[in-house]
Write a protein that binds this ligand. Structure first.
Ligand code: ATP
Ligand code: MG
Length: 413
């Protein structure tokens, strides 16, 4: 769990704001969700035989003996919120949310126990058009931010019905190589053979590579949906590769799944992942409602932005107000407030804790301010203020107090 320090928080804020602007421009509205949900919600939605539910959840009993869990992802909570608030009743919803998620994982570069996701979900839409739009929207983020080292993989998981045949084929295949399976996979062979494909164990890789692929078992409608998605991505100029091994770590997906991956961040390459989960609302007790969404890991997003040469936005102080001598602090204090009132967006830092001229100028320099405003006893008596450029060799000038706002507004524009 990390502290996000001031040196990086401006980059976080900038990237989050940019993503918010983009998703809002596609008509998505914000929803804010609790960090805690009943444990059962995650067990039922994510699936009992998944890494998250088996070994990654922060679960505890509250004072009332109820089992609660810190959310490991946002989709389950979003669906729960939509159902309890009637948002899906004869309505479609396009929603986004963001915030911390919690998974008890082995911490390493790009993998943390408290991490952050930006999450987008469209509920009530069943066509490939919305899948394509969600993916295109994410492509727009990379483009807007100059992120190039990223590639899109897509796959289709078909429908739960269609998956039955595939499941049989998988069980047959993996049973034939049972001796080579690791412990997790042997357990999953009985309970949830598809999960074997998501194994992170490198020793399992070659066995998984040779396994039957879902795309060969797609039902006709799912194949049609997948073709529709590809055609729309082609039309939008979003390039992709079909990765028939892409299964995603949660149980609730159907049809479209996709992942934006990078090789610029070492082994934690998944930056933004998502897919369609047509069965989830019904599974959680609602009316059958199609849905699709994605989640982006913000830590990996921030790291990738840096790896692609993205700059941290600077938010430098515009003016530093120095006060020297008797009675000057009150005037300087009022002046700083007046500037904040009069010039929109101006960043004014008032010298706090008095100090000599030299030390106040040192602080002004350190603040990054473009101008220092110097208010001494003489200036106070004359009704003016010294305006000292801090980032150029220009001379200090004296400006009448009643002209200061206009002068500074001009200089800063
Ligand atoms: P991974 O394969 O890396 O474990 P995942 O499939 O578990 O990822 P999702 O549940 O799809 O991940 O979450 C969406 C995104 O959240 C991921 O693409 C990734 O960017 C990010 N993410 C997931 N787990 C973590 C974590 N522990 N620390 C940081 N980011 C994470
Ligand atoms: Mg994971």
């Amino acid at each position: 769990m990390n502290d996000i320090l001031p040196e990086i928080s401006a980059t976080w804020r900038y990237l989050e704001t940019t993503v918010q602007e983009i998703v809002q421009s596609y008509g998505y509205s914000e929803i804010r969700l609790p960090l805690l949900e009943h444990t059962d919600l995650f067990k039922r939605s994510i699936g009992e035989v998944t890494d998250i539910v088996e070994k990654e959840m922060y679960t505890f009993l509250d004072r009332n003996g109820e089992s609660l869990t810190l959310r490991p992802e946002a989709t389950a909570g979003m669906v729960r919120a939509g159902m309890t608030n009637g948002l899906f009743h004869n309505q479609k919803q396009k929603l986004w949310t963001s915030g911390p998620m919690f998974r008890y994982e082995k911490p390493q570069q790009g993998r943390y126990r408290q991490f952050h996701q930006f999450d987008v979900e469209a509920v009530g839409y069943d066509g490939p058009d919305v899948d394509a739009e969600l993916i295109t929207m994410s492509a727009r983020m990379w483009q807007r931010l100059g992120i190039s080292k990223i590639a899109l993989q897509i796959n289709s998981l078909g429908t739960p019905n269609g998956r039955r045949n595939y499941r049989e084929a998988l069980v047959k295949y993996f049973s034939g190589v049972k001796n080579a399976l690791d412990e997790d996979s042997i357990r999953r062979l009985e309970q949830n053979p598809l999960r074997i494909l998501d194994s992170k164990n490198p020793d399992m890789r070659s066995i998984i590579e040779a396994a039957p692929i879902m795309l060969d078992y797609l039902d006709e409608e799912s194949a049609h949906h997948f073709d529709g998605l590809k055609a729309l991505l082609d039309a939008a100029g979003v390039s992709y590769t079909v990765n028939p091994r892409l299964v995603r770590g949660l149980d609730y997906y159907s049809r479209t799944v996709f992942e934006w991956v990078t090789d610029a961040l070492g082994s934690q390459g998944a930056v933004c992942s998502g897919g369609r989960y047509d069965g989830l609302v019904e599974k959680l007790g609602g009316r059958a409602t199609p849905a699709v969404g994605w989640a982006m890991g913000i830590e990996r997003f921030v790291a990738l932005y840096g790896a692609c040469g993205g700059e941290s936005p600077t938010s430098d102080v515009d003016v530093y107000v120095a006060a020297l001598g008797d009675g000057t602090l009150e005037r300087a204090f009022a002046l700083a407030e007046e500037l904040r009132n009069s010039i929109k967006g101006i960043q004014v830092e008032l010298n706090l804790g008095s100090g000599s001229f030299k030390s106040q100028m040192k602080r002004a320099d350190k603040s990054g301010a473009r101008y220092a405003l110097i208010l001494g006893e003489q200036e106070l008596a004359d009704g003016c203020v010294g305006v000292k450029p801090m980032r150029s060799a220009d001379d200090q000038v004296s400006v009448a107090l009643d002209e200061l706002v206009a002068t500074l507004a001009r200089k800063l524009s």
